[in-house]
Design a protein around this ligand. Sequence first.
Ligand SMILES: *Cc1c(COP(=O)(O)O)cnc(C)c1O
Length: 388
Amino acid sequence: MKNQERWHAAMQNNYGVPPITLVKGRGAEVWDDNGKRYLDFLGGIATNVLGHAHPVIVKAVSSQIGKLGHVSNLYSHKPALELAEKLQDLVNEPSARIFFCNSGAEANEAAIKISRLTGRNEIIAASGGFHGRTAGALSITGQDSKRTPFEPLLAGVKFVEFGDAAAMRKVVSKKTAMVIIEAVQGENGVVVPDVGYLRKVRAICDEYGALLAIDAVQTGMGRTGEWFGYEPEGIKPDIVTLAKGLGAGLPLGAMITLGDRTPAFKPGEHGSTFGGNPVSCAAANAAIDFIVKKDLLKKVSTSGKYLKVMLVKVPGVVEVRGRGLLLGIVLDSNVATAVVAKAMSNGLLINATGKNVIRIAPPLIVSKKELSEFIKVFTRTLNEVLNG
Ligand SMILES: *Cc1c(COP(=O)(O)O)cnc(C)c1O
């Protein structure tokens, strides 16, 4: 049986049937089971910050699994302690306290639960925002197509237009436990709010004593050229959620509270069996060390600027949104799905976040040569789709 038939015969159909089967990768390259090579500009959806099979990750993970693979959170272990301390440094806040889990949805579930401990139960989120697929995370996700089949969801959630501080001011009140937004809306097509938006939302939250949570699951771990994506606004959120890039390809999420406004969980109030397991934490520690050592944040900014300059010149592209290596390429017609399929046959992995938007999120280590190859193949692909 071919792999597509096997998938169809054994898997739930929530992803549809994937067109290719991947067998190995190295850096920004992957190969399928026919030996065909692809340039991977999606990076496991903004997750493989150091690409595939990076030597420092392979070494950290192999060494850790050979020593201590899983212990539960009834016992302490060094990889989690080390990672928690690194994250305190990265958010630049010694008061930060970290809860580890396995995914972005779980990090946001933890944020929802901890926000309840304020005694308030209203949450404000942004339309178009994405926070995950579990019941709680879906309840704060501002995309009707994903929500509707599963309603009724959590009560007390209100959505406002993303980027509209005046609209935010109208809905936030003394009943608001938490406002949760992304610094850049990734799944919604890399939508960047105007400069000053996060600062205004921070001020509104301060005025009403509401927590401000930044979902940095997609923007985090250097992807935007900053560690988390909110830094250019000079704000300090009360809660930051992370996953995707955090484990550099291993399942790992985190909910970080900053400052003393967020109530603290008491023993027994929350938990996760696998959360922050030694192997995932070892991968995260190795990735952070490597990003720091190689000054990758600067490289990410430079790479992003180069891609933007080159991509806006491509016929059929009207705008390139985003920062660093999280970019949304807006096309002048609704051909994104066709472009993704044609790109795949041309040996390039990208994805569509809407009818006319392509998202790219290559590894932070992507080379100048690979950026040039991407531009060449993308230009040719778009031309083939638009001109037959
Ligand atoms: C992907 C994503 C999530 C969900 O993460 P999972 O690990 O798939 O649960 C949440 N928030 C944002 C901003 C994301 O991009």
